[in-house]
Design a protein around this ligand. Sequence first.
Ligand code: ADP
Ligand code: MG
Length: 238
Amino acid sequence: MGHLTLHNACKSFGTVDVIRDVTLEVQDGEFCVFVGPSGCGKSTLLRMIAGLEDITSGDIRIDGQLVNTTPPSQREIAMVFQSYALYPHLNVRDNMGLGLKQAGQPKAQIAESVDRAAGMLDLGSYLTRRPGELSGGQRQRVAIGRAIVRKPKLFLFDEPLSNLDAALRVQTRIEIANLHRELGATMVYVTHDQVEAMTLADRIVVLRDGRIEQVGAPMELYNNPANEFVAGFIGSPK
Ligand code: ADP
Ligand code: MG
């Protein structure tokens, strides 16, 4: 489960059209990457899917169900941002389990879910530390762990690696790819990094000024970019 469809999705802030007629189907279990220059609307589109921005017109469906007005907490989605947004006064275990606690899950069940996620992310020996005692990469893994424990149908990532140094970026990218394989969940991932897009994506969506410029598998776009703009992002030089 985790099939996402956008149909003529539009978003305006006042008189400014930021997302224009985006129609897209993301298959269950697919790793879909949004790329495009700064300001083209990647974060806005992700936030619309999450329910953090309302849609001006058009439809968003998850597993066939219209969610245009469904609050974020009821969309079975987890979002990982570029800033980790962890609670500094809570240790790793409590940061990861907080959402489940708020949802009223019993303690033993929370502990089991947190332990499983910590195992996947190699965080098992850091559970009693606070965020201030962790590296940037470990903090980002805690943020990802917090998303996993909720067992969402759909993961949304907004440039999750951009605050990490080069070596950690590679390592965390590999972890995200492994996680996708293990969980089989649908992932929609925003980046402006070509290497991340090429290595992670089943399909890449190239955005420009709030519109979809081209959609395709990484090698399709690389070998057959529709235009200079796409070529500039992922195509091979012609
Ligand atoms: P990206 O993530 O691709 O860099 P964004 O989705 O953050 O782009 O922004 C797309 C456009 O929408 C930008 O021009 C930005 O200034 C504008 N925008 C984003 N959020 C708001 C907002 N809350 N109010 C007004 N304009 C916004
Ligand atoms: Mg953004």
